[in-house]
Ligand binder design. Structure first.
Ligand SMILES: NC(=O)c1ccc[n+]([C@@H]2O[C@H](COP(=O)([O-])OP(=O)(O)OC[C@H]3O[C@@H](n4cnc5c(N)ncnc54)[C@H](O)[C@@H]3O)[C@@H](O)[C@H]2O)c1
Ligand SMILES: O=C(O)CC[C@@H](O)C(=O)O
Length: 630
């Protein structure tokens, strides 16, 4: 617990608040002035020079006040503005400022006129705020500052802290070099570089500890805090160039996120996965048993796509690793591409285009047909197949579909009872079956022979479902009039050379697995999947998990949440409850969801509890994973 008499000295600007107050004041006072941006930039540069110790602080203050041209009446507005700019983790841990009020001080080179009213709301009274004060002229204009105040002088924080004569260990929390010097001068015992709002190299380099937010500071000091485990300690690895929005939202939420713009081999991933809590991938990265064995911290895999066969879902489940995907976010993009390709192939547009690129004019109606009135056979009537059905009908196509599961026909679509029926009748056959391994070589020579002569074939599903040599033969022989292939049995891990037997064939559109690669789809996925991940990490919700019992949990209210994942064998629940009862924990809510292999039980308990209960819960036989949230 807390060392007796420990004192916490906070900086104000960019530490307690997300901003530099004088920059905000400049925004206010310079409003409407034509050279506003220039002056603000100049003020910021001067601020940084002062913070990093590159010019004397007195000089930095003098120059900024002159440029500010501020008035007393601007200050209440500034205060209101600053109240909305308290650092997020400071705001979240307001209780710390209440419970440790007597030990908290502010030393700032800013001004008491705006610091006092802000920190008062955090139980820091004016007499524990050490800062500069403004000088005003008779009209209330800010014309200077009290030059006798030590804080107006170079390295003034050192003298200020010295004069305060604090007992016990003194910890300084700040973002600038001027905070560090108190530690360097030996008056403070520890300096924590606070990087939630700004990462200043000089401060970070000299810090005893870099703390990305107050949660981490409270965690390393074993102080009471809002969240059990600081988010910055949760490592996320996003592979395969997932949309930058995912990085943005996850890192803004406080997680430590690393991105890699291609997929990794099994070997590379085994090396990289150690210490990673959340892995984000697309369709290329194989999350195998071997990878999972090396994944000592893994809790979640986010597939930033629809397909999940690249992930060993069972092995994930056995390890208590929850998998999420984005089942809808890119479906529209695939459908639009399919529609475009149907038209392009029916009109032989790519053939005509290639000819003209080669300097040949070939105006002809041969092999150029409208799609209106033609039969479209959709194989796999799921999320993509159904949307395609609706759009194709709107173009005047007659839609037939075949699905292994019973699927409701949309519009006038006609269900086929067998694949053969569909293949016999369709002018265009398009595959939208899912990626399960049983679909290997689903379309081969036999199925191609069941298609109409001169039919068109499209595969936007998965490469391994089509026998490529059989398809190539059918295209060469003229059995099929054209094809569009977006997915291949073997796809490279990153952009570069690629070979396929289909290369160079006439009226064949080849694309590098881009059916779902539109800006819109990728941005949708980067919104959907991170939300699922964060929901699971922050609350335990597994709604829409691919491999795990789905559970939607109520909001945690003033409770500790114990999340216990176990093998679904008789007696585990009884043992969990026996332990909770033995430690006299009052359960305010308990939720259980199971499937054949695992059970997921969530118990919300009253605030106070003996920490030994955690060890006991972890020790229960058949426990796979356990964590606490509060
Ligand atoms: N090219 C791309 O970039 C891209 C983008 C998104 C999705 N996809 C792929 O598209 C496919 C379809 O996606 P979805 O979201 O519509 O999936 P979905 O799961 O919603 O639908 C698939 C449908 O196929 C049916 N099905 C499975 N096997 C079948 C079989 N052997 N015969 C007949 N029906 C069968 C299922 O019952 C289901 O109704 C998936 O393979 C997905 O990975 C590719
Ligand atoms: O974008 C990808 O990598 C895969 C797209 C698609 O095949 C999917 O499964 O959603």
């Amino acid at each position: 617990m807390v060392a007796t008499g420990r004192k916490y000295v906070f900086d104000f600007d960019s530490t307690l608040t997300r901003v530099e107050a004088l920059d905000v004041l400049a925004e206010l006072t310079l409003n409407g002035k034509s050279n506003k941006e220039e002056i603000i930039k100049e003020i910021q540069e001067i601020t940084n020079l002062g913070i990093d110790g590159d010019i004397s602080f007195t000089e930095s203050l003098e120059r900024r006040i002159k440029l500010l041209n501020a008035h007393k009446d601007d200050l209440p507005i500034l205060v209101e503005e600053l109240k909305t700019k308290i650092s997020k983790s400071i705001e979240a841990n307001k209780d710390f400022f209440r419970d440790y009020a007597d030990d908290i001080y502010v030393i700032s080179c800013g001004f008491k006129e705006f610091i006092d009213p802000i920190v008062k709301e955090y139980n820091i009274p004016s007499h524990r705020v050490y800062a500069n004060t403004f000088k005003f002229d008779e009209e209330g204009k800010i014309v200077g500052f009290d030059e006798t105040n030590v804080l107006a002088m170079h390295n003034g924080k050192i003298d200020c802290l010295k004069n305060m004569n604090l007992d016990g260990e003194v910890q300084v929390i700040g973002d600038g070099y001027s905070d560090y010097v108190m530690r360097e001068a030996g008056i403070a015992h520890k300096f924590f570089a606070y990087t939630e709002n700004v990462h200043r190299e000089k401060a970070a380099k000299n810090a005893d500890y870099i703390t990305p937010n107050l949660d981490e500071f409270l965690f390393v000091n074993d102080l009471p805090r809002k969240i059990s485990y600081p988010k910055n300690r949760i490592k996320m690895l996003l592979l395969e160039n997932v949309h930058p929005d995912a990085f943005k939202s996850l890192s803004e939420a406080g997680f430590s996120v690393e991105t890699v713009n291609h997929s990794l081999t099994e070997e590379e991933l085994i090396e990289k996965i150690k210490g990673v809590h959340v892995l984000g991938i697309r369709s290329k990265t194989q999350v195998t048993k071997n990878v999972l064995e090396a994944a000592n911290k893994l809790m979640v895999v986010g597939a930033f796509c629809i397909g999940t066969t690249q992930i060993d879902l069972d092995a994930c489940k056995a390890k208590g690793v929850v998998v999420f995907n984005a089942p809808y976010s890119n479906t529209r993009s695939v459908v639009e591409l399919a529609i475009g390709e149907i038209i392009m192939l029916m009109r032989s547009v790519f053939t005509r285009s290639t000819e003209i690129h080669q300097g040949q004019w070939n105006k002809t109606a041969a092999n150029s047909r409208e799609v209106r009135g033609k039969n479209l056979g959709i194989v796999g009537y799921g999320n993509i197949g159904k949307q395609l059905s609706v759009l194709a009908e709107a173009l005047g196509m007659r839609v037939y579909y075949y699905d292994v599961n019973d699927q409701l026909a949309l519009g006038n679509a006609v269900k086929c009872n067998t694949l053969e029926d569909l293949l016999n009748i369709s002018d265009v056959v398009t595959l939208h079956i899912d990626d399960n391994k049983a679909n290997l070589n689903f379309i081969g020579e036999r199925e191609i022979n069941q298609m109409k002569n001169g039919a068109i074939f499209i595969n936007l599903a998965r490469g391994f479902v089509v026998d490529i040599p059989a398809l190539a033969n059918a295209l060469k022989s003229g059995k099929l009039a054209g094809a569009a292939i977006d997915v291949f049995p073997e796809e490279p891990r990153s952009n570069g050379e690629f070979e396929t037997e289909l290369k160079g064939l006439e009226n064949v559109i080849l694309t590098p697995h881009v059916g779902g690669s539109t800006e819109e789809a990728q941005a949708n996925i980067a919104d959907f999947v991170p939300n699922k991940i964060m929901d699971y990490m922050n609350t335990g919700n597994t709604v829409d998990a691919v491999n795990f019992p789905n559970i939607r949990l109520p909001k945690q209210n003033k409770a500790h949440r114990f999340l216990h994942i176990h093998k679904n064998v008789p007696g585990v629940m009884a043992k969990v409850n026996e332990v909770l009862a033995r430690y006299e924990l009052n359960i305010t809510g308990q939720y259980l969801s199971t499937d054949n292999e695992v059970g997921y039980v969530i118990s919300d308990v009253n605030k106070e509890y003996n920490k030994d209960v955690i060890k006991e819960l972890k020790k229960i036989e058949n426990t796979i994973k356990f964590r606490v949230l509060y």
